[in-house]
Design a protein around this ligand. Structure first.
Ligand code: EPU
Length: 438
């Protein structure tokens, strides 16, 4: 793997690419394996570094993983789960936040868990207070140590009534992965209901869990004594699909995304259509293209599902630099996910960020000092630039910007992009991108 990409931009991306299982489901499905007492089969697993990180973490805990001869298929055997050393976990986890989700399964299997200080993309503070509060409510005792956290459950884990202060994806998964084997019936209010969470629930149901999703973000989970294995094809990656769709708009291109599905992408498709992008859906995927002429500006805010995903925001902003008039983007999920726009401004984009909640309803960042709204004025030709990838989605966005810009750009630090975009250079080749890996 190399860490820089030299891009000769200015030509449309045209061609056919495929997306496979969603990063944000696959990593959690792999954690769910720790709860099983039988082998599990996961299909559609993408070749991304986040999967390698979680594989390493599971192997440290005694899970035997076989990648089989079939592309994208993992067989995971958790029958000999054991405790790992915290230093090893730290080394393997890198910048991943997955270790915190291992806590519930490890407490059930071994009675204790260790987790190091957590990373993840630097798009906000990204605390784990909801996770720890949830675990304590189930009966876990959390002890802070110099090298991380040690958790025990001296009286076992018992069902709880939980109301999340915000529909956090990770905290909802924490509840699910802990409650399925806890004693009694858990009620979770204020749950996140992202399609990837529904897919995790489908996996847990295959394993023998009893989970019902009610109206108004309420999920009921009846704990069971034992969970078996599963065979599951992961839901496709709607973030990756939306990222390539934005690349089609920004470069005036035409991209068929094999594997993209309409239902989980409905909020994205509405926005894409309002901007003036064209799409066509068939049974195998979605074709996204720029129809020629001028695109429309838009006011949007990111939100939890069924809103417009925060992870689509960064690629979309690059496309919005090419639309006519003033666009407004209000980021309500992460307080610091607009910092990547500075480099776009250096490349000629007209983007100004604001602390106020612009264009929509006030959000929880409104009274704090966070630049979480942006006004983008376009269209502005983008110029070649030398830029460094700040985080996963920001990194993809910089590559799109470099492909849309006239001239030769260098994007440094592209290894981060491999966390969530598989076969990235192969896909660029399929789309006719002109670039070099020096
Ligand atoms: N939050 C807290 N305390 C917590 C947990 C979350 O304050 O204990 C806050 C966060 O700081 C954030 C908000 O709650 O402001 C939402 O965070 P959430 O817990 O929903 O995010 P996450 O589970 O850490 C996952 C994805 C993210 C995606 C978000 C929102 C994975 C591995 N990550 O993160 O994906 O943006 O949900 O959909 O599933 C990405 O793929 O690039 C990515 C960052």
């Amino acid at each position: 793997m190399t860490s820089s990409l030299v891009v000769d931009g200015g030509s449309p991306l045209v061609g056919d690419i495929e997306v496979r299982g969603a990063k944000n489901l696959v990593s959690k499905a792999m954690v769910a394996v720790m709860l099983a007492e039988e082998r599990c089969r996961l299909r559609g697993v993408p070749e991304i570094s986040d999967v390698q990180i979680v594989s390493g973490l599971l192997e440290l805990h005694g899970v035997v993983i076989d990648s089989t001869d079939r592309d994208g298929e993992l067989v995971l055997d958790p029958t000999n789960v054991e405790q790992a050393h915290i230093a090893d976990i730290d080394t393997h986890a890198g910048s991943s936040r997955v270790p915190v989700l291992l806590c519930g399964p490890l407490l059930h299997r071994l009675g204790e868990a260790f987790i190091p200080d957590l990373g993840g993309c630097r798009i906000g503070e990204r605390p784990i207070n909801y996770h720890l509060d949830v675990l304590r409510t189930f009966g876990a005792v959390v002890e802070k140590r110099q090298d991380g956290l040690r958790l025990t459950a001296p009286n076992g884990l018992h069902a709880a009534d939980i109301h999340l202060p915000y529909p956090s994806v990770g905290a909802t998964e924490q509840v699910l992965l802990t409650a399925v084997r806890a004693i009694g019936r858990t009620t979770l209010r204020g749950a996140a209901i992202e399609p990837e969470i529904m897919d995790l629930i489908a996996i847990l149901q295959k394993m023998g869990a009893i989970i019902s999703v009610q109206t108004d973000r309420v999920i009921l989970i009846e704990g069971v004594d034992r969970l078996g294995g599963f065979d599951h094809l992961a839901i496709p990656d709607r973030i990756e699909a939306g990222s390539w769709a934005c690349a089609a708009l920004a470069t005036r291109g035409d991209i068929y995304v094999r594997g993209a599905q309409q239902l989980p992408m409905m909020p994205f498709l509405n926005v894409f259509r309002r901007i003036g992008g064209k799409f066509e859906i068939d049974d195998d995927g979605i074709r996204f293209w720029h129809p020629g002429g001028t695109l429309n500006s838009i006011a949007i805010e990111t939100d939890v599902h069924p809103g417009f995903m925060t992870d689509w925001q960064q690629p979309l902003v690059v496309a919005l630099t090419q639309t006519a008039g003033l666009s407004i983007v209000h980021e309500t999920v992460y307080e610091n996910r607009l910092g990547f726009t500075d480099a776009l401004v250096d490349a000629g984009a007209h983007i100004q960020t604001f602390r106020e909640c612009l264009g929509g309803s006030p959000c929880r960042f409104g009274r704090a000092n966070y630049q979480h709204s942006a006004v983008i004025s376009g269209p502005t030709p983008l110029q070649a630039a030398e830029i460094t990838v700040p985080d996963l989605r920001g990194g993809f966005s910089y590559v799109i910007a470099a492909l849309a810009a006239q001239g030769r750009s260098t994007v440094h630090g592209i290894d981060l992009i491999h966390r969530g975009y598989e076969r990235f250079s192969e896909k660029l080749d399929n789309l006719g991108a002109v670039y070099k890996l020096p």
